[in-house]
Design a protein around this ligand. Structure first.
Ligand SMILES: Cc1cc2nc3c(=O)[nH]c(=O)nc-3n(C[C@H](O)[C@H](O)[C@H](O)COP(=O)(O)OP(=O)(O)OC[C@H]3O[C@@H](n4cnc5c(N)ncnc54)[C@H](O)[C@@H]3O)c2cc1C
Length: 402
């Protein structure tokens, strides 16, 4: 075991939980080296924002469009994020669409209760703000870096290994902020012969870690197939004029149209982005259609199946057109630059991993993310709270000055 004063930490995943654990470790006084590893092009994870190099006005929140805080006291990181301007109040009411085509303005669902917030100019500002709070010193951020497997001798450091089998980094402590390396779904998606963390755990003899792996293996996730549209001209004007920015679908409406939500995102130049989130049932029926720009398609180097992707896009667009027909003109898909974004593990299904299991100190390993049971489970609030709790547990093992 290395001397704690020189302890280093590697965090896999730069979503809300990964960025928050880094920020909170710094706030609690840990000044040692932290490396952050993320397969995406930037921070955000499921709360990320799609931006375009050639079109600076095009900013689309293709995952979570907002966050809601329901518990008291609020997460400790919330106030500094608000003070820094990284979050602001969500503008205006949300609406609920009922199966009978009735729009009920002001009726929230579970994702719309409590204090509603979003990132001004993109939800990815939340993670960018968290990293800003962490400060740059001693923090190495690595994007476009997929950790394929892990290595560890019982007394040695954790090893992070890339898809080619090369060693990327070593660290004394490891934080997993996503479940991919610890959950059997990685075997289903990528055809791997073992769950990477389970392979390492077999040599560690840590009963708590074995228990964590068993519990994680039982967690299931809801999926989403999201359709991204960019409307111009009269279509944009009509959508921008709606008196709400989010439409939730009640159970009957989800069944009728195969949609869970519509997120309406006016762009600064008069266009309007609309993101249609499918229902879980729709996504489950189209699980193998990834969307050409999805991370999984990129990692698997999947050949594009334009025909199947187009048919999913068409189904979702038809549903959007039909359910919103009373209020906006018909969609012209050719004019709307449609894109498909599939989230295979969009929302973990309760109960999740009990919080008392999140720190396996014997293995120098911590878990955080919205899959940890507690207030905010399955939401950004839960990702923040779990990261704060994990950081609190970690600092007992990591001294304030390195
Ligand atoms: C469509 C959609 C709508 C949502 N709407 C809401 C909402 O309205 N309100 C709300 O509160 N929440 C919402 N959520 C849920 C919310 O986005 C999540 O709860 C939150 O973002 C989870 O953060 P996280 O850090 O726990 O996980 P993630 O955001 O999943 O972060 C994990 C990160 O780890 C990275 N990663 C994983 N494995 C590896 C690896 N091996 N190597 C490198 N990187 C890796 C991933 O790329 C990812 O960036 C929504 C989610 C989706 C998909």
């Amino acid at each position: 075991m290395p001397h704690p004063a020189s302890a280093t930490v590697a965090v896999i995943g730069a979503g809300v939980a990964g960025c928050a654990v880094v920020a909170q470790l710094r706030r609690l006084g840990f000044s040692g080296s932290i490396s952050l590893w993320e397969t995406g092009r930037g921070p955000g994870g499921r709360a990320s924002t799609r931006r375009s190099r050639g079109d600076s006005q095009l900013v689309i929140d293709h995952g979570a469009p907002l966050l809601n805080i329901t518990g008291t006291p609020p997460p400790q990181l919330l106030q500094p994020l608000l003070e820094g301007g990284w979050l602001e109040p969500w503008p205006g009411p949300v609406a609920m669409l009922e199966g009978e085509s009735r729009l009920n303005i002001g009726r929230p669902d579970a994702l719309g209760m409590g204090l509603l917030l979003h990132g001004p100019g993109g939800m990815d500002l939340l993670c960018r703000g968290l990293l800003q709070l962490a400060g740059g010193e001693g923090l190495a951020q690595h994007y476009g870096s997929f950790i394929r497997s892990l290595g560890r001798q019982p007394q040695g450091p954790w090893q992070l290994i890339d898809p080619e089998g090369s060693l990327l980094a070593e660290a004394d402590w490891l934080v997993l902020s996503g479940t991919l390396l610890a959950h059997p779904r990685s075997q289903v998606i990528f055809g791997w012969d073992a769950v990477p963390l389970a392979r390492v755990a077999a040599g560690l003899g840590d009963l708590q870690l074995d228990h964590v792996l068993l519990t994680l293996a039982g967690i299931r996730f809801e999926a989403r197939s999201n359709l991204l549209l960019v409307l111009t001209g009269q279509a944009a004007t009509a959508w921008r004029a709606l008196p709400f920015r989010l439409v939730n679908f009640d159970a009957a409406a989800q069944q009728r149209w195969g949609l869970h939500r519509l997120s309406i995102q006016p762009l600064d130049d008069g266009r309007c982005a609309v993101v249609a989130h499918s229902s879980d049932a729709f996504a489950a029926d189209h699980l193998d259609v990834y969307g050409a720009r999805s991370a999984v398609a990129r990692l698997l180097q999947l050949p594009a199946d334009a025909g199947r992707e187009q048919s999913v896009i068409q189904s979702l667009a038809d549903a959007v057109g039909q359910c919103m027909a009373p209020w906006v003109p018909p969609l012209d898909l050719d004019e709307a630059a449609p894109q498909l974004m599939r989230w295979g593990a969009a929302f973990p299904i309760a109960p999740g991993l009990p919080s008392e299991l999140m720190l396996c100190s014997r293995s120098r390993l911590g878990f955080c993310g919205d899959y940890i049971a507690g207030v905010g489970f399955g939401r950004i609030e839960g990702a923040l709270r779990s990261a704060e709790a994990l950081a609190q547990g970690l600092v007992a093992h990591l001294p304030p000055s390195a």
